[in-house]
Design a protein around this ligand. Sequence first.
Ligand code: IPM
Ligand code: MG
Length: 358
Amino acid sequence: MTYKIAVLPGDGIGSEITDQAQRVLSALGLDLKLSSAPVGGAAYDAHGHPLPPSTLELAQASDAILFGAVGDWKYDNLARELRPEQAILGLRKALGLFANFRPAILYPQLANASSLKPEIVAGLDILIVRELTGDIYFGQPRGTRVAQDGPFKGERQGFDTMHYAESEVRRIAHVAFQAAQKRQKRLCSVDKANVLETSQFWRDIVISVAAEYPDVELSHMYVDNAAMQLVRAPKEFDVIVTGNLFGDILSDEAAMLTGSIGMLPSASLNASNQGLYEPSHGSAPDIAGKNIANPLATILSAAMLLRYSLNEEAQAARVEAAVQAVLEQGLRTADIFEEGSTKVSTSEMGDAVLKALE
Ligand code: IPM
Ligand code: MG
């Protein structure tokens, strides 16, 4: 069976990091067909759109997508629908990638990288399950209009719409409960039910789904409190499930707890386990083309791809073990470098992971 993988490198450091992940995937002895296409600003330059039909078709026809990163300051003045970010939103929507897994793991070898005290973060291992295709991100109507009533009647206003349908909450709740079952069996649902109707509805549905998972301990937290607890006592969390907007914010906060965002992978899955895999970090245009970016988050994203979309658990574990091994050897790209370790380039890190695979 040939697995079809679409490789969408994107902008900035995107091609440097996906190159290394492709080398790793190609070294595993699997029957893979890797096909590349432009996305983001690179696609805008080549085809006038951040997600051209040819790129979308390739993505739709593949078992999994290995995604680099999109965005560059030079596209900041484009209309919103032509900006690089639209490619990622468009892929999420078109492929129905509703379940986003964002692990925040502090590798023991990098314990000093966090800005928090080691006793607060050592051994951190949390998983954020973010709903990815609903909420205020995609809610209609949205736009600008003239206010018809209220204290600002007659003035122009911007507006968006937050909503979640019952089945939308149910399916992400199931994904999160099942993820918790494979871990410490603790799930915290984050919302703003003290203020938002959408959140109260979310909470009620999550509670009803919980009946099917008596082995998982469910708690609820308001998002402002969750933001505080993440920096106060992050190890209290196991799995967090939350909506699209809160998940966007909390996942950046959680990633930063580890101090090494260059290490964190992510997966976005649809109902048939087709998935998009990308590092949690961005396109870093300031260091693009210098062969200094950290490819490990993308290589670890490739491991998630093997696990979730190709069902190749043993190969996924093999790649993760190789990454552990290079950290153990003291190899570090510039972002995670500390005195006493060995500084390596993007491609040297790739070389080392390939060697560790053998
Ligand atoms: C992310 C990013 C995206 C989001 C942007 C680029 C649209 O911040 O994946 O977290 O807001 O979801
Ligand atoms: Mg974000």
